[in-house]
Design a protein around this ligand. Structure first.
Ligand code: GMT
Length: 386
């Protein structure tokens, strides 16, 4: 295959608000812009596929809910749809994001087509994102099949060195895992115009704006976000914007009420255009227990928002402490609050560091750097499988 050729690629991801679905969708959109034909195959339309776009198709996976099925077999319905779409649209390869169960479904689809009348080849690439390895994959009921489907993949990528090393160490997989970092479109994620007017919507008296973006799962430690903000709020007039939703929202709301700061904590819920709100913020708080990458921190950096995060997983590969953000130990809310207070008290340092963050994002993680790495990877996989 010649790299000038456009490819027909099937992409499967969790279409909800998780980072892996965001990366998969943005990747599909970027590839489509570069002339490739992209087919999303999933149970719902990925959330950031919000308007008709050239070269993008979406195929819904219907899951039958017979009374017999206490557990409707989505992975089988997905495998069937992957095989159908691949045959109908003559796909070159499948790219699945998040190993469980997507890479098992892709493996079945590949087998079905190979055994079919046309004996069709359908290689698949698996991208590991994090909790598919660090949490879910460690469950004995998933580990052997996850390991098997990773080893069966025609190509495997991980979104950080940390995740690659952990996968090799704990899953003992034999195949090569390529690290392709997550990316950000720096034309979309940027400071933009009319910031003062838009800031006034949340901070009418010129308060500082801190932001947190996540799916509010326990691993994100949302109550630490409230603890940090409470300490900052005692020193500096500030507002906290919380973007997203999930199981830890109630405990966070309760803590804000108990601390008497709930009027300054604004729960925005799930929003599609994260970049608009990031563009008016000063500091992002990401005190997670674990992050294999920390996409929210990268999106903040591109928007000149300084991330204050924990020194976990792949985060130190994204944030350089003291230059493009700050890192502290998990649970050390005092240190994270101190970093925020020092920075927010010094306007020129805050803005200078915001610019350094954007420079770092552009230099290492811009779409123009990362998308060609995926194209090149697909080319190698297709060459090997032909
Ligand atoms: O953050 C989550 O828990 C969602 C999860 C996902 O797979 O949807 O995120 C993982 O993938 C993101 C995109 O590659 C990474 O930026 C996150 O760091 C990673 N989350 C964890 O490792 C906890």
């Amino acid at each position: 295959m010649d790299m000038r050729d456009s490819l027909k690629i099937g992409i499967t991801c969790y279409p909800t608000y998780g980072g892996s679905g965001v990366v998969a969708t943005e990747l599909g959109l970027e590839l489509a812009q570069r002339g490739h034909e992209i087919h999303f195959i999933s149970y719902a339309q990925p959330i950031r596929l919000d308007r008709p776009t050239a070269n993008i198709h979406y195929h819904e996976v219907e899951v039958s809910r017979y009374p017999l099925f206490d557990y409707p077999p989505y992975d089988l319905a997905l495998a069937t749809r992957m095989a159908e779409v691949s045959e109908l649209y003559d796909l070159d390869l499948l790219h699945v994001h998040y190993a469980i169960p997507h890479s098992v479904s892709a493996m079945l689809a590949r087998q079905m087509l190979a055994a079919g009348p046309k004996k069709r080849q359908l290689p698949f690439v698996t991208t590991l994102h994090g909790t598919d390895i660090t949490l879910v994959g460690q469950d004995r009921s998933y580990l052997p099949i996850t390991r098997f489907s990773i080893e069966e993949s025609d190509g495997v990528t991980a979104i950080s060195n940390y995740l690659r090393e952990r996968t090799v160490r704990e899953f003992e997989v034999k195949n090569h895992i390529e690290v392709i970092y997550n990316f950000v479109n720096c034309d979309v994620y940027c400071r933009g115009k009319e910031i003062a007017e838009r800031r006034a919507e949340y901070a009418p008296n010129g308060e500082r704006i801190l932001i947190h973006v996540s799916n509010f799962r326990p691993v994100k430690r949302i109550t630490d976000v409230i603890e940090i903000f409470d300490r900052v709020r005692k020193q500096i007039p500030a507002k906290l914007l919380l973007m997203g939703d999930g199981p830890e929202r109630s405990p966070a709301e309760w803590l804000a009420v108990q601390k008497g700061i709930h009027n300054d904590v604004i729960f925005l819920g799930k929003r599609e255009q994260v970049y608009e709100t990031l563009a008016i913020s000063d500091v992002l708080l990401m005190p997670s227990e674990l992050e294999s990458f920390g996409l929210a921190a990268l999106e903040a950096m591109a928007s000149e928002v300084v991330p204050i995060a924990t020194k976990v997983g792949g985060v130190p590969e994204v944030i350089e402490h003291g230059k493009s953000g700050f890192l502290a130990e998990v649970g050390d809310v005092d240190t994270m609050a101190r970093y925020a207070i020092e920075l927010l008290n010094d306007e020129s340092r805050l803005r200078a560091m915001g610019k350094q963050c954007r420079d770092a994002a552009r230099a290492r993680f811009c779409t123009t750097k990362i998308i060609p790495q995926y194209e090149e990877f697909y080319r190698r996989v297709l060459e090997r499988s032909s």
